[in-house]
Design a protein around this ligand. Sequence first.
Ligand code: PMP
Length: 291
Amino acid sequence: MTASTVWLDGTLVDTAAAAPSHLANGLHYGTGVFEGIRSYATTDGPRIFRLAEHMARFAKGAAHLGMDVDIDAMAAACAEVLRANDLGDAYIRPLSWFDGGGLGLDMRVLTARHMVAAMPWSTHLGDDTKARGVTLRTSSWRRTPSTSVPALKLCGNYVNSVIARREALLAGYDEALFVDDRGFVVEGSAENVFMVRNGRVTAVQHADALPGITRDTVRELTGATSRPVTAAELAEADEIFLVGTSVEVTGVARLDERDLGVGPVTREVAALYDAVVRGQHDAGHAWLAAA
Ligand code: PMP
């Protein structure tokens, strides 16, 4: 469900009035960049988690497309849409895309449009996933190499995630795991991967994976080591969990044929992350921006 007011090119407008053109270049070729940001209803009011880092990643993606974006205005718009829609626990979606002016591939002749929408929060992998964990299936698809498309939130690149996730869903699993040609774990369709072995927490590192902000947060909170991990090593982990803005910290209860259940370290990290994003832990205060 989307809230009724959206920020579009500098003003708050009714969502119904904000329909994009059917000839928008971004619609045809995915020539756009987006972010996924969470806000939380805290005892001090709505707070946006790591807004500056999300907008910095957004700016990097826009630069690759040669797109001019007023990052400060879009960051301010994140708070504006929350207030306009009276939201606390919400998902915020900034998006900039190339609009009309031609269906060619030279973006210099096109104008960009900028939008920030917010919607009341629900988890994209399902509401009970925190308790029971998710099932993860190794994909037959490869993640787009970052030597072909930078590992940023560029719209068109998400077709890769969509087809991998679709394959997993059709096989009866919740989520897909990308593994590269050499057998190294990359990431999920929209999450970074962690594993726990003998009590040690490891953040899976891969050049083709999105540099996740939740991954960075969890590394800082747990002191996890970041290093490449093979699929064979992951298969032997005591615990596996996925992290991302929307899934937060979600345990993997099953990887392919193997049942793991959601382990104690995963539950501890998930609880810590939850306290941090809700402003109930000192470690998080610098990461929470007032809305
Ligand atoms: N990988 C991909 C492909 C994603 O889309 C996301 C979600 N943004 C993540 C990882 C997790 O990144 P973050 O923690 O910054 O949301």
